[in-house]
Ligand binder design. Sequence first.
Ligand code: SAM
Length: 506
Amino acid sequence: MVALAKRKQDEFQAFYTNCNYITSYMVGLLHYQNGMSILEPSVGKGAFIEELTTNNTPNITAYELNNDSVNVLRNKYSCLSNIRIKHEDFLFPFQLTFNKFDRVIGNPPYGAYQSLVKRKQLKKEYPKFYVKETYSLFLIKALKLLKGNGRLVFIIPDTYMTLHRHECLRKELLKHYEIESIALFPSKFFPGINFGYAGLSIISIVNKVPNKTYSFPIYNSFSTPQDLLELLTEKRKKYEICRLTYSQLSKNPSSAFFLPSKNWINSILSTNNLTIGDICSVVTGFYSGNDGKYLKRLKSVTRGIKKYAIINIDDICNDDLSINPPLDGLNIPSCWIPIVKGGNKRFYKKSEWFMDWSKEAIYEYKVANKKRARFQNSQYYFRQGIGVPMVSSSSITGSLIDARLFDQSVVGLFPKKGYENLTYFLLGFFNSTVCNKLIRTINASANNSANYIKKIPILIPDAIRLNQITKEVKTLLTLAKKRDIVNNDLVTLNEYYNNMYDSKSA
Ligand SMILES: C[S@@+](CC[C@H](N)C(=O)[O-])C[C@H]1O[C@@H](n2cnc3c(N)ncnc32)[C@H](O)[C@@H]1O
């Protein structure tokens, strides 16, 4: 549950566009003329109104929820009858009773808090869209309010380009609208804001049904926010990194807007290759429901010393649990079993954490506390597979799950029947730069959830290459049991995968 203080802070997501270069570029992109009607669906303190009214006094309708901002704006613009500030929720009601607009400009709230009641209504109205993310709902609704050939310019996170949850939004755009351009830049261009890993984008869209050959430019590689203004001039070409074609985007998995800067990635993602999801079961692991009680650590582990007790070595079960997986618990005194947890370590994680696997504890996980606990995908417990942490700070990593339990912060990959001989090959793959580039193209964030991992295309090596790679991975595995693997250790391994994927130019 989100703490109350955090909710308040998230409620409006009031990050104002206090950067003149960004507002000038966006207003420049609008190409508005005198007499046109303009909508600002989340006006804040009026950054765009200020820019729009520098030389003109267009007809502006602006929405804002926040009392203070509304008061400031009403005072400021009370003498201008063509500027209407509405103290209303832009997303409600759903009926489009008002007139349509020639132009829309905005910086909508990103992930603003919605009450449960509103969220339910939104889910009903937009059943296929991801309603927890407000920016996409603002975009969808604002597009519906555009007149034919009208234009919208928004500044929003770039996550709509690749995240699985925005598939419907992408399909809607590709079917009904012409995207004129997308400019990508780091969130640090936005003064005083740090969105973590997310990049930002300025997107310009025209309400016009596109034809299949339609394409649009992606601009990138800006050094400073000032560079954005060059996009309004002939110099824009130097920032154009590619053009995306609607026909190609429609063929991409979940219609993702992959950037074809690396030809090998583009070609492998758009051909019908096998994917990890075809050859492996990709599943999340176990949660006790109360780790403070049921999880213990080795004395040498210094994380979580207040929360987790130190394991008594005699209580650890050293049996090979893969032979007869104890899914109903252990009836012996040494009933604490090793569990592989999250955290990025290549090839092998030592057994440092132990879960209570007594019959009583299992009863707790499966019955008494089953609402909080996750005794999920248990058919994979104690099998041999590969664990990939759900979040990776820099590169994706994989480590061996050998006859151990794995927790819910790890995605477990277990080769399906007929592909068991690929375990070491896959372990190497999930530590390779090729795999990292593929998953970061499929999903730009640091998130490696099962849905993204399943989509990674996988090439199966011939027997000779499989032997070579397996041997190299086994060497690295042995090394990883002694010390951390560093990038230099991975040179030969990366070469194997680069050759297979023809990605040397990457
Ligand atoms: C990211 S800020 C941007 C403000 C302004 N457009 C700018 O660029 O400076 C988003 C604004 O949307 C307002 N807001 C949040 N939810 C809203 C809603 N449902 N309807 C209208 N305004 C909303 C917030 O109060 C905040 O001022």
